[in-house]
Design a protein around this ligand. Structure first.
Ligand code: FAD
Length: 293
């Protein structure tokens, strides 16, 4: 009998997971359940997102610190340029460095108001490239930056956006992580263009589970949502159980196609839940490390 398609995948992959800082005790509990379940997959790093307001900054710091204290994981702290002077951002970077945090995901960030455009703080970093330059001058951080296979919505052109990615890498970033996408072709075309533009750093695909089709549609400014996907999630809005199973199949199939195209590094947007990311890693052949008896 023929084996299922996933049976050929050898698990020779490396993965990373993104989390967001919890707002309540209940969310904190959920996050830590997810971290505990995903830790045995030995991710190369786990990243923690960062919001613009003061309290969300504190939460990022608290989450990263707890990861340092309580796990063997390598945390990567997201940091943005929004609403802070260079001095304030440098101070946060110093605190991370002193706490033993060596990895930063450096982003420009978005303004807090919904459709406001980003305006740099008068004494702040003006772009992610600027932030990367500032961080690398300060400490020997390992730095990741954002990449957009389907082009950042504010970019004047695809090639200007690629130039910007190159500037970020030239300024000292070590790798890029992509915005989520649903078409493997979009990702592979982007890799080809990046290579042609002289970019040799790894560009990790960011894998987003479809927890709500409406939310995905709302968040997908430039991201193509294949027409089959709409049909796939039709009628599942009020059926969370089946929707999660379908979403897991869709994410795993995307990863299978990426794997078959040669991808071995995967970054998962976990939304603080372990199941989907774990199942996808499992289908790709990844198994937890044996723990010493
Ligand atoms: P930049 O690289 O600075 O680019 C922003 C725009 O400006 C692009 O259109 C670029 O082409 C253009 N640009 C920059 N410099 C120039 C120039 N010199 N000339 C012409 N054009 C230029 N947001 C958060 O608030 N917190 C997070 O934790 C967070 N994590 C993220 C993680 C990932 C993996 C990704 C993909 C995004 C994340 N974001 C996060 C969202 C991100 O902040 C937004 O997408 C933001 O709009 C752009 O950030 P950037 O770092 O890509 O900016």
């Amino acid at each position: 009998a023929q084996a299922p398609m996933f049976a050929d995948l050898a698990g020779d992959i490396s993965v990373s997971f993104e989390f967001f800082p919890p707002k309540t005790e209940k969310m904190e509990e959920q996050l830590w359940q997810a971290i505990t379940q995903l830790e045995p997959l030995s991710p190369s790093f786990v990243s923690v997102t960062y919001g613009a307001g003061g309290s969300t900054r504190e939460r990022t710091h608290a989450t990263v610190s707890r990861i340092v204290r309580e796990t063997s994981l390598v945390p990567a702290a997201h940091l943005t340029c929004v609403a802070a002077s260079k001095g304030e951002i440098d101070e946060i970077a110093d605190q991370y460095w002193e706490a033993g945090v060596r990895s930063i995901v450096a982003l420009r960030g978005d303004p807090q108001g919904t459709d406001a455009r980003f305006a740099p703080h008068p004494d702040g970093y003006a772009s992610a490239a600027d932030l990367v330059a500032g961080l690398s001058a300060r400490h020997a951080f390992d730095i990741s930056v954002a990449a957009y296979p389907e082009v950042h919505p504010e970019a004047t052109s695809a090639s200007a956006d690629l130039d910007n990615l190159k500037r970020k890498l030239d300024a000292g970033a070590n790798r890029a992580i992509t915005q989520f996408f649903f078409s493997p072709e979009a990702y592979f075309r982007f890799l080809d263009k990046a290579l042609a533009a002289g970019i040799s750093a790894p560009i990790l695909p960011g894998i987003m589970p479809v927890t709500s089709f409406a939310a995905i549609r709302r968040m997908s400014a430039n991201t193509e949502i294949p027409s089959w996907m709409e049909a796939m999630f039709e009628g599942l809005d009020d059926r969370p159980g089946p929707r999660a199973l379908v979403a897991a199949v869709v994410a795993a199939d995307l990863c299978r196609r990426l794997y078959e195209g040669g991808v071995r590094d995967f970054h998962f947007y976990t939304l603080n839940r372990a199941e989907q990311a774990y199942a996808t890693c499992h289908l790709l052949g990844l198994r937890p490390k044996e723990t010493a008896a």
